[in-house]
Design a protein around this ligand. Sequence first.
Ligand code: SF4
Length: 95
Amino acid sequence: MLEIDSSKVKGEPGTGYEAPDGKGPFECANCRYFSAGASTCRQSTMTRVSKQPREKDGRVQVDPHGCCEYVERKGSAREDAFRAAAEARDTGGGA
Ligand code: SF4
């Protein structure tokens, strides 16, 4: 089982937000809480705890290539199902 060494976790205390170093599928730009127009985050802990700059409506300004502990990939269940089906096809497995 994978264990996280909390002493090695970087980023903002309380949210883990850090920006940007290319986290691919786990970037803000691929997260359901991200708004591309103003490059902001509406995730509840981020809006409550983060010390990043804010919009007037309380949304937190984030880098599209950043990430935090609360990332939720857009369409992840569908993407994961598609990927698993493709892998099963490629390896001759699956139903
Ligand atoms: S990854 Fe975190 S900071 Fe970025 S949009 Fe999602 S919840 Fe907000």
